[in-house]
Every structure is written in structure tokens, then in C-alpha cells.
Design a protein around this ligand. Structure first.
Ligand code: ZN
Length: 254
């Protein structure tokens, strides 16, 4: 028996009557069998070099309910990031006694409410990862945060849209803006001038938001992604390829 063997990694597919589940099979010096749900909900089975594929399939079958539940949790966490970021960062939070929810320079100001009063002391000066943990514990805060963030998203996207659509290049078109939550697209444009922006855009850096607005407005010249469309887009947004790649990294799609 060789004492040292390299890890062996293969891609496999578990198939039952109702579902097809791809998984990664990692064989190493370990003795026990384990299932892990790693980044992006990928299923990874780790075993010794002597485990059989049949044994692995039986093991997956036995743990299927658990696997699917864990995968779901991981997927939720991916979407969660577009629900907490603003302009590419998790904002700091400050509570305001009077006035309204607003955002300025990396801080989201949330109006104090009675429901938030009890947890407010726990939160002063928190940001980043720590803040995310607190969100999970305090539903009321999460709701207040989302409400303030969404209100600001609508205001910001409307203002940017107004500004860009009134610029020299686009002001000849009559447009109508709608902002809503979409699962798979950042924006859309109808030939009659109706443009929809995804409220989740507030999660991405400001230049990338502008690039989406310009992309949709360029469709008023050219209702497709032809070379002519790309030429017009390049005129107004030379770095659109860079922003497309950036947007993909924030994408809510798996
Ligand atoms: Zn398009």
C-alpha cells in the first residue's frame, strides 16, 4: 500500500428519479466520508482513496435532504450580498433622531423608530462583517435597513437617470423610468422609451450604475446588441466592457 498518495479530484453526477446533482469527489489520505457544501452551493464529497463511487452515491442519497437545505442557505447568502451593499461596500449605519432616512459618503442614516430603540446601543459604530452578523440577529434592523436603502436606491437611480437621459446624446428621446426588483437583469429598455432599472443596482459601484443607464438609453438608437449598438455605447461609455465584467461579479444569478 503506498503511504503517500496525491489527492484525486473528479467531477461526478449523482442522479435520482427526480434530480441530477453534480458534485466534486475529493479523495485523499483521510479515512472518513464527509459531505461539504462549499462556495456557491457546490457539493463536495471527501473520502479516502479506497471509497467506491457506488458507496459515495449511497451516502449522497442518504443525506440528500440535508444537502439540498444547505445548498439553499448558501444560495440565499449570495443574493444577500446585493441586499446589503451600497456602491460596492457595506455601508456604516447611523441612527437619526429627527429627519428621514438618507445616505451620504458611505453611511446610511436610519430614522429611529420605537422598534429599533432596544437594539440601538448594540449597533453604534458598527460596520462590515460585524454588522452583517447583527442583521441576522435583529430582524427589525434588517427591515429598517432595507427600507432606508431602497428609498435611497430609488432616489439615486432616478436622479442619475434624469441627468444622463437629459444629456446631449439622449435628450431627443422621450423616456419613462421604472425602478423595480428583478432577479436576472440589471435593466431593460422597450422601444417606446420605457426603461426599467433594477433597484439592486444600488449594490454596485456608481460608474457601473451609470454604464447600465447608458446601455439602456443606447437601445433607443439601436434595439439590439449589434456592432452599431456597441459603437454608440463606446462613444458614451468607453469602459463598458470593464463595467459588464464588474456587474457580473455582483450578479444575483448562480
Ligand atoms: Zn441590452
Amino acid at each position: 500500500m503506498p503511504s503517500i498518495r496525491k489527492n484525486k479530484i473528479t467531477e461526478e453526477i449523482f442522479q435520482s428519479k427526480t434530480l441530477k446533482l453534480p458534485f466534486v469527489w475529493k479523495r485523499s489520505k483521510r479515512k472518513s466520508l464527509g459531505i461539504y457544501i462549499v462556495r456557491g452551493g457546490v457539493v463536495e464529497v471527501r473520502s479516502s482513496h479506497y471509497a467506491s463511487l457506488k458507496g459515495i452515491h449511497d451516502f449522497i442519497d442518504l443525506n440528500l435532504a440535508w444537502i439540498l437545505q444547505k445548498q439553499n442557505e448558501k444560495k440565499k447568502r449570495i443574493i444577500y450580498s446585493t441586499e446589503t451593499l451600497m456602491f460596492g461596500k457595506v455601508p456604516d449605519i447611523q441612527f437619526v433622531q429627527n429627519g428621514i432616512d438618507h445616505y451620504a459618503e458611505g453611511t446610511l442614516y436610519i430614522k429611529k423608530t420605537l422598534k429599533l430603540k432596544n437594539i440601538e446601543n448594540d449597533l453604534t459604530g458598527l460596520s462590515g462583517e460585524l454588522l452583517r452578523k447583527i442583521f441576522i440577529q435583529h430582524k427589525e434592523l434588517h427591515i429598517a435597513f432595507q427600507k432606508a436603502r431602497l428609498a435611497y436606491a430609488k432616489k439615486y437611480l432616478t436622479e442619475r437617470f434624469m441627468e444622463i437621459s437629459q444629456s446631449e446624446k439622449f435628450k431627443k428621446f422621450k423616456t419613462e423610468l421604472k425602478i423595480r426588483d428583478m432577479k436576472a437583469r440589471w435593466g431593460s429598455c422597450h422601444y417606446n422609451g420605457k426603461i426599467v432599472l433594477n433597484e439592486r443596482l444600488i449594490a454596485v459601484p456608481a460608474e457601473a450604475i451609470d454604464s447600465v443607464i447608458m446601455h439602456e438609453l443606447c437601445h433607443l438608437y439601436e434595439y439590439n446588441h449589434s456592432p452599431r449598438f456597441k459603437k454608440i455605447l463606446t462613444e458614451v461609455c468607453p469602459d463598458w466592457k470593464k463595467y459588464n465584467a464588474m456587474l457580473l461579479s455582483y450578479s444575483t444569478r448562480e
